[in-house]
Design a protein around this ligand. Structure first.
Ligand SMILES: Nc1ncnc2c1ncn2[C@@H]1O[C@H](COP(=O)(O)OP(=O)(O)O)[C@@H](O)[C@H]1O
Ligand SMILES: [Mg+2]
Length: 413
């Protein structure tokens, strides 16, 4: 068994419980390792404060709070914390290892996401946020770098490093930039009091970025990012991508209001609208669709056995919305096809009967005339109620039925 060989790192104090420890990421505040919990034989992520910040007592306190706040929230759209281990001045957060990619990486590699995929991810982010807000907490650092997409198509909000937990009170960290400037809300820029509406602002930015592969707020020659955030000065996403539904643009606009009072207060209302829209246009399970998108864009690394085959879908699925019909729509389509078929069949029967009647009349008049054309008895007796097969095969009025053709042939002989 591979156990802390030269390729693997030793994190002091963890050897008895975890092995195969390998550094996988370096964030703004922390290093992330992947390891294996030996007794349960499961992968774990181990988060540790960066060495250059470890001496800062405020940061260590912040790290402890991050562990505590996230450990008390259990939700499928939040990274699940298993444990917090403190050893002298060092500390580790042990959490589920999310094998996959950060949303920022996905956007960087794939560009603007298909509308349905962006919508699914948005819904999942909102679900996770709803849970955070229900705990009275504010994430305060929501952005594509802090959202992880697993190989199974799951979406998880990570990094509660600067989350506000009312049970812990305020904690300032002088000298440390909190959050990337591009994702700050106006109230973060001015240092005003924050609440869940700041996360809604950050959601608006993230949704915009998923749909356009561009950040709404960026520096220009004349204006700083901060100035543009405060003025809500950004290009309408529909200008960058015309197929974006108008109401998506309206959702973003409402989230990016400078005045928090004008933003939606409840994330569930936004997700309900998106779910309803998606349900009308799409039938794949959310995870299956995200997984399918990752596979189509060759974005999947890691263990291919983790990836189940995506559910079957129509060929247009890649382009997104409306790609696949809902079950109700499929049933409707089949019923209408059946009705059209039945109508065609009835028309065919009536037409054939009509045709046979004319033939019979003309045969009778031919027999009555002096012309000596013999008509076979079988054809003469062609009944008004002809066998079903004869009528169903040729409902058309322009072409004679098969039996009619045969009879005409015989007649000409
Ligand atoms: N549970 C996890 N599973 C897999 N990768 C993770 C996990 N947590 C973090 N990472 C990776 O590490 C990076 C930094 O982690 P994060 O919690 O955002 O730390 P920071 O506070 O330094 O930004 C993430 O962007 C992600 O790529
Ligand atoms: Mg982060």
């Amino acid at each position: 068994m591979r156990e802390n060989t030269p390729n693997f790192e030793l994190l002091h104090g963890l050897e008895s419980t975890y092995d195969q420890i390998q550094k996988v990421a370096l964030g703004g505040m922390a290093e992330i390792y992947r390891g294996r919990q030996k007794n349960l034989d499961r992968p774990v992520a181990i988060k540790r404060i960066r060495p250059d910040l470890r001496q800062n007592a405020d940061i260590r306190e912040r790290f402890r709070r991050e562990a505590k706040s996230s450990a008390n929230m259990l939700h499928q759209n939040l990274a699940h914390v298993y444990d917090y281990i403190q050893i002298h001045d060092d500390a580790y957060i042990i959490m589920e290892y999310i094998d996959g990619l950060d949303l920022a990486e996905v956007i960087e590699k794939a560009g603007a996401l298909p509308l349905d995929v962006a919508t699914i991810i948005a819904i999942k982010i909102l679900n996770g946020l709803s849970h955070v807000h229900a705990h009275g907490m504010v994430h305060r650092d929501l952005k594509p770098d802090n959202i992880r997409i697993s190989a199974r198509g799951e979406i998880k909000i990570m990094d509660f490093g600067i989350a506000f937990d009312p049970s812990e009170g305020n904690l300032t960290m002088p000298g440390i930039l909190i959050g990337s400037p591009h994702y700050l809300s106006p109230e973060q820029v001015t240092g005003s009091r924050l609440d869940n509406r700041s996360d809604i602002f950050a959601f608006g930015i993230t949704f915009y970025e998923m749909l356009t592969a561009k950040r709404p707020f960026y520096e220009t020659e004349r204006e700083s990012v901060y100035a543009r955030i405060q003025k809500a000065s950004y290009i309408d996403p529909m200008q960058l991508r015309p197929e974006i539904p108008v109401f998506y643009s309206q959702i973003i606009q409402s989230c990016l209001q400078t005045d928090p009072d004008k933003r939606p207060t409840n994330v569930n209302r936004i997700s309900a609208t998106l779910i309803e829209y998606l349900a009308r246009n799409y039938s794949l399970s959310f995870e299956a669709r995200v997984k399918q998108f990752l596979m189509q864009n060759n974005l999947m690394h890691g263990d291919p056995n983790l990836i189940d085959v995506a559910e079957p879908t129509s060929p247009g699925a890649k382009s997104g919305m409306g790609a696949s019909l809902s079950r109700a729509e499929k049933i409707k389509k089949w019923v209408s096809k059946f009705l059209i078929f039945t109508a065609g069949l009835s028309a065919g029967i009536v037409t054939t009967q009509h045709y046979l009647r004319i033939q019979k009349n003309s045969d009778a008049s031919t027999e009555n005339s002096t012309t000596a054309t013999s008509v076979p008895a079988q054809a003469q007796q062609q009944p008004q109620a002809s066998p079903p097969n004869a009528t169903t095969k040729q409902p058309s009025t322009t072409k004679p039925s098969k039996s009619g053709k045969a009879r005409n042939k015989k007649r000409s002989n």
